[in-house]
Structure formats: structure tokens, C-alpha cells
Design a protein around this ligand. Sequence first.
Ligand SMILES: [Zn+2]
Ligand SMILES: [Zn+2]
Length: 583
Amino acid sequence: MSDQNHLDALRHSAAHLLAAAVLELYPDAKRTIGPSIENGFYYDFEFSSPITDMDLKRIEKQMKKIINTWGEGFSHRSVTPDEARAEYKNNPYKLELVDQFTGEGQNLTFYKVGNYEDLCRGGHCEHPKEELKHFKLMSLAGAYWRGDEKNAMLTRIYGTAFATQEALDAYLHMLEEAKKRDHRKLGKELGLFAFSDLVGPGLPLFTPKGATIRRLLEDYVWDLMRPFGYERVDIPHMAKADLYKTSGHWDKFTDDIFHVSSKKSDEQFVMKPMNCPHHTQIYASEQRSYRDLPLRFSEVTKVYRDENTGQLQGLSRVRSITQDDAHVFCRIDQVKDEARAIYQIVQAFYKTFNMPLDARLSLSDPSQPDKYLGERSVWETSEGMLRELLQEFGVAFEEVQGEAAFYGPKIDFVAKDAIGRPWQLATIQLDFNLPERFQLEYVDEHGEKVRPVMVHRAISGSLERFMGVLIEHYAGAFPLWIAPVQVRVASVSEVHKDAVSQLVRDLKAAGVRAEADVSDATVGAKIRNASKMKIPYTIIFGDKELGGEAFHVRVFGEEEEQVIDQTSLAEQILKTSKEQRGV
Ligand SMILES: [Zn+2]
Ligand SMILES: [Zn+2]
């Protein structure tokens, strides 16, 4: 059993344990369903009177007692629908499930462990008494039966369970850290972005500081890409609906597309939900020869996708999404070199942020060739190329057959942040479909017309989401190279103000992101403010500095001050930034 499957079995078993404890403490509670979920498990109950967070401790204690009686493990028996109905005669939820499963022709099974029995399909841990020790009830929430607001509101109890105490502790610590690092909170405190009711939900506004980080990210990705022959293109943010009807996105994104109406024509327009179709039209604007390929179009641009407002969340889930997007049009024999270049960009990018990468290779299912577009041999060649590439780089990767989209195999990269959370951000996706739909072609060396392969690739994913990840990864304390303000110079008193302003002007002219604090606050308050804004360098400018003595630079997060000559401050900051950035 894989670790993940074992964890799922453990958490599923923990849901039974939770229900057992609830029924012992609240005999008239009605249980409904209790699955394992991504980071734990839950169980939904109908309580006769509401319970509170205080009750969770009591339930957890009861669970610890009950688990000692679960030494024999789970056993199961098949039951007839009537037997099941008799068992649940006072529980309309379970009765509904029994009827549903029976209607679907499923066999019904009851799983028993200790004194607790429940309708279930199985998938438990083998030795609950020994294995199920490291669990915790996390929170309470309201949840409609079957997620439908027309149904009764139930009480959901969330919990989590791990195989070891260390893993549980690490998870709880991570949650605590994540709360402290929440990008919505830090983004506000650091003045990076804002939302406005008038502008609309899910449409973030970036302040000068936030926009600085975005620009630095854009420039950085571009600097990494440029050596590999990418060229910049530029497209409008809207297009005729026909573009997406041709690409096939119209049906797929139908609920997510923002429509734009025109009073001057009957054409139907939409805000672009993606850039690929536009880029195919740049390709198609000229006759292409095999000698022209690969063509690599790149652009940092926004796409617009509608979301239910309830699902919008800080920068993680927005309606205006900035993609650092690129599309490569190449011959099949060029796929490996192009994917290698993208891989090198991805690797350099995440190394700079000190985020280790894992890869996942999504392949076709060879037993169902009809599910996939294009010739089998093309699939085999390209899948082989991607696999060889990952092997060549010695990156840890998982291969998943049957997970590829119908139009091409892909590599997904998962980056781990400072508190161990995985983020799926970068992708290399091959596409045999769009070239077909848009009838793209090039003339090969024999004068024949051939379809190119299209490669979609993402490095940061989206700038909004990536910025959210970065804020939390660094807990708001950005390294010098990407900090919106690199150095703050604070005056000690009135007589130093002019010199401070002049110094900041000089630093800016040299390309340093500097700001002055010439307020009337005390020196102590000025130091605290700079520290609250997590500015990498702070310089207190007084008489000694006015007299030309070296700066004593306070470095955020470090005890020791750095002593830097006045004349080499700018140079020093630029040099350190460049070293951190790598290019
Ligand atoms: Zn079960
Ligand atoms: Zn694309």
C-alpha cells in the first residue's frame, strides 16, 4: 500500500472512530457520511442540540478511550436492503443512502470494529488499535446534507490523523505557520495589493509596491527565457467568440467566460479565458517553413475567468489572472530540446526561490488509444522524449498512465514552500489538438504540408497566485533582489533630512529601490516601522553619517549590522541582488 493510500485508510478509519465517540456521548445524534479528505477526514451529524468547539475535546477524549477496544480490527458482513433499513429506521440520511445504493445495484456492507458498526464500502487500516493513535479534531462547520442548501443543515466535525506523532505535530505546526503567513493579511500590512467593492470581487489591484514585485518577477522570467530564443508578442484582451468555438474552449469554459457585447456590431465578443488561440493566429499569419521552427511566442498578459464569488480567495483564486505565458510551435523531433529548455528555465526559477521541485509525468493510457487525438506513434515518441528528459535531469518524478489530456502528454512540477506545502505551478504541456483545430501547418523539406506540435508552458503559473505563494513562503520578508523597497534611510533629526533625501535620490538614480523616512518619529519608532515592513536594509542617518562615516546597515532578520562605505552602498545592494537572482 502506498503511503497516501495508507493515510487515506487511516483517516477513513478515524472517521468511524469519531462517529463511534459521538454516538456514545450523544446517543440521539444522527450520523450521515464521513470520508477521508485531503488533509484529514470529517463526519457529518445531525445533533439534537448544537455543539461547540468545547465539545470537540470531550469527543476526542472519548475517541482515545474507544480505540483501545478496537484491537480486533474491522470485520464486515453483507446485508440486505431490508436489514439495512431496519438498522437505520430512525435515521433518514442513512435510509436515503441505502435506497440510493440499492437503486444503483450495489451490494450493501456493514463494517464493524469494537462495538461500532456502520454502512461502508471498506478501505480501513488493518490494526486500528496500534495504527490509529495520532489524530486530532480540528474544527466544526455547518454543512448541508449532500451539499444542497435545500436540505437540512448538519454539523460537520473535521479532524486529521497521521501515521506518527511527528507527522501530526509537523502538520499542526505548518497550519500555525500558514496562519501567520496568510498572504491576505500580510499583503494588507505590507501594502502590496487591495480589493475594491467598486472594481469587483476577484479583481486585485496592485499598489506601487505590489506592482514592483510583479515587474521584478516578469523581468526575471524573461531574463531566463531570452537565451532560449523566445520572442515577445502582444495580443488584445478580447476576441470574437468564434475563436474559442474553433479552439474548442467555448464548450469547455462555457461557465467561466465573460461576455462582451458591442453596440456597433452583432458579433459576439468575450474576454479571453486563455492566450493559446490568439497565439495560433500569429503563427497562422504567415506561411511557415520547417526552417522557421521552432517559433517561440511569449507574453505576460491577463486572462479572465469567472468564478463563484464564494470561491474567490485573496490572490489564490481571482477573476483576472496574469499569466507569464508562452507557446512553442515546433516539429516533433524538436520537442525534446524545447522541453529541455523549459525545464532549465523552471529549474533556475525555483532554485532562486529555494523551492525544491518534484515532477509528475502524465501519459496516455495505451489500452485506450481511441481516447487520444493523433497517431499512436507520435504519442509514443513524445512521451518517450519527456521521460528521457526527466531521467536526464535526474529529477524525482512520478509517472501516471491515463492522466494525460486527450490532446497531449505533460509534465507538472510541484514546488515545496518554506513550510513544506506543495504547490503545483509550472507545467510543460504538449498539444496535438490546437494545431489541428486551427489547421496550422508548415512546409517540410519535401514540400509537404505538416502540422506543427504546440507546447504550452507555465513557469510561475499565474503572477497573482505565485505572489500569494511567495508572500507566504517568505512570510513577507522578501530577499533583497525582489523586495519592493530594498533600503530605507531614516533621519535622526531635522538637520539630517536634506542629506537623507539626497542620498535616497542618488540611490534611486543608481537603480536601488530606496525610500526615506524623514518623519518626526523617534529613531526607535523609525527602526520598528522599517522592521514591521520587513525592509531588508535600514540605515539610521545621523551626525556621523553626515560627516561621511560608513553606514551601519541593519539587515532584516539578522543580529549583526553590516558596515558599508557610503560610496559603495548602491554597488553593494545591486551586487547582492544580482547574486541572489542568478542572472
Ligand atoms: Zn469505512
Ligand atoms: Zn496555452
